[in-house]
Design a protein around this ligand. Structure first.
Ligand code: MG
Length: 161
């Protein structure tokens, strides 16, 4: 049986942090706050995976109160979510994501993000799509105080497609 999942997240931008987004480092004067490396896109991806298998969210499995996850590369969080997908003999059919950011310009990094996320999901890069939009200068994201991300994923039985 195919299963669909969605995830979303938002993180505050702060000076003195490396900007990690989609599993890569993006040159910028600020980075995303967070207990982990703050990678809001990978958090949305992990939430979509957990949603698709009906196993809650990353706050449940990787709580901010747990020192094991302090400063961790969020790839480890996606890996852990993928382990739950594989345990159910499921695999990713495709993933579609959107990053909402006023700055920096992210389009030049699209391919690297898609390839990195695909590697984490164990699929070919053409099964992953990453889109970018601004918030039209509205709200926290529009003022450049935060970056948000949304992701939708479809899973199906492993070996089925
Ligand atoms: Mg998060």
């Amino acid at each position: 049986m195919a299963r669909i999942g969605q995830g979303s997240d938002v993180h505050r931008l702060s000076p003195g942090r490396e900007l990690r987004l989609g599993g890569i480092t993006v040159p910028f004067e600020r980075g995303l706050d967070g207990h982990s490396d703050g990678d809001v896109l990978l958090h949305a991806v992990a939430n979509a995976l957990l949603g698709a298998v009906g196993e809650g969210d990353i706050g449940l499995h990787f709580p901010d109160s747990d020192e094991r996850w302090r400063g961790v590369d969020s790839a480890a969080i996606v890996d852990a979510a993928m382990a739950r997908v594989r345990r159910r003999a499921l695999e990713v059919v495709n993933l579609d994501a959107t990053v909402v950011a006023e700055a920096p310009r992210l389009a030049p990094h699209r391919r690297a993000m898609q390839e990195r996320i695909a590697a984490l999901l164990g699929v070919a890069a053409e099964r992953v799509n990453v889109k970018f939009r601004t918030a039209e200068r509205l709200g926290e994201i529009g003022r450049g105080e935060a970056i948000g991300a949304e992701a939708a994923v479809l899973l199906d039985e492993a070996g089925g497609r």
